[in-house]
Design a protein around this ligand. Structure first.
Ligand code: NCD
Length: 313
């Protein structure tokens, strides 16, 4: 494994499988009466969040705590960032506090990459702009493998606002590495420029994609990132690209429905679909903790000595 996790493309097939297998072992900790391991005792993990987050921030915090690390939560609101402090100065402050890992979410694509040049600890990208969200892709792959038993040859349809989605890019890269076949489905206005060079297929018609799909992943319409009209009306979007009960019926019997959250119920996904037994949305959240434990363990403690205190990576 590399020292940082900035892009899903940083992971070789062996690295990715190691994370998933380690997560599988660590998931057992959640079933014990005491959900804690001493592995990262004495190490410090900083959660540096410049953008709103519920699941990802809480999940990283729970993961670090289950491994006994000290956790410092930093959110841009209420900090000196509001006074105009730069990312670099903030990073140097964290460094001075002895952060072994910095988990960063930032509205600017590329911010974690810059940060990695300034700090000595490991940088983990928890979502940068419209670029990447590698731990989300790992937890999605973990969820698919748990539900369907394999990733190799799996047909995955990712549908919706691909243009503004960091989840889509990370999933395409990781799933391709792991041997799945990905198809992106969106209105032409919501597919990014250059998507033809991504290792996946693209299409505009959800109804024709669903019957040959093992996994359908619905993406949130990211209104907060939209500065123009990308589709005529929400109703129109929902009619063509929303997953409702009748559209879900086009899926093969065994197929599962995923969504990274937060959902716009009634827009990209109907409430009945989100709450159906085929939906893995709640599992994705609990699997997120195991996967993030695995990432922290492998980046910070994995190559350490018996006492878990080594820094040999
Ligand atoms: C995603 C994100 O923040 O990129 N959510 C998440 O991390 N669970 C997707 C989204 O915001 O729609």
């Amino acid at each position: 494994m590399k020292r940082h996790l900035i892009s899903a493309g940083d992971l070789s097939r062996d690295d990715a499988l190691l994370v998933l297998d380690t997560a599988e072992e660590l998931a057992q900790v959640a079933e014990r009466p005491i959900r804690k391991l001493p592995t990262l005792r004495g190490r410090t993990v900083v959660n540096l969040f410049y953008e709103d987050s519920t699941r990802t921030r809480i999940s990283f915090e729970a993961a670090a705590k289950r491994l006994s690390a000290d956790v410092i939560n930093f959110s841009a609101k209420g900090s000196s960032v509001a006074k105009g402090e730069s990312l670099k100065d903030t990073a140097l402050t964290l460094e001075a506090m002895g952060a072994d890992a910095v988990v960063v979410r930032h509205p600017a694509s590329g911010a974690p990459h810059r940060l990695a040049g300034w700090v000595h600890g490991s940088v983990i990208n928890a979502g940068d702009g419209t670029h990447e969200h590698p731990t989300q892709a790992l937890l999605d792959a973990f969820t698919m493998r748990r539900r369907l038993g394999r990733l190799e040859g799996l047909r995955v349809t990712i549908a919706g606002d691909v243009l503004h989605s960091r989840v889509a890019r990370s999933n395409v890269l990781l799933l391709h590495t792991l041997g799945a076949d990905v198809m992106l489905v969106a209105p032409p206005t919501l597919l990014p420029y250059g998507v033809s060079s991504w290792p996946c297929e693209t299409g505009y018609d959800l109804d024709s994609a669903l019957p040959k799909t093992d996994v359908v992943m619905m993406l949130r319409v990211q209104a907060e990132r939209m500065n123009a009209a990308y589709f005529p009306t929400v109703h129109e979007y929902s009619r063509r690209y929303g997953l409702d009960v009748s559209r879900m019926a086009l899926l093969p019997e065994h197929a599962i429905v995923m969504h990274p959250g937060p959902m716009n119920r009634g827009v990209e996904i109907a409430a009945e679909v989100a709450d159906s037994p085929r939906s893995t949305i709640v599992e994705q959240v609990s699997n997120g903790v195991s996967v993030r434990m695995a990432v922290l363990y492998l980046l910070l403690g994995g190559a350490a000595g018996e006492d878990g205190a080594g820094v040999d990576r």
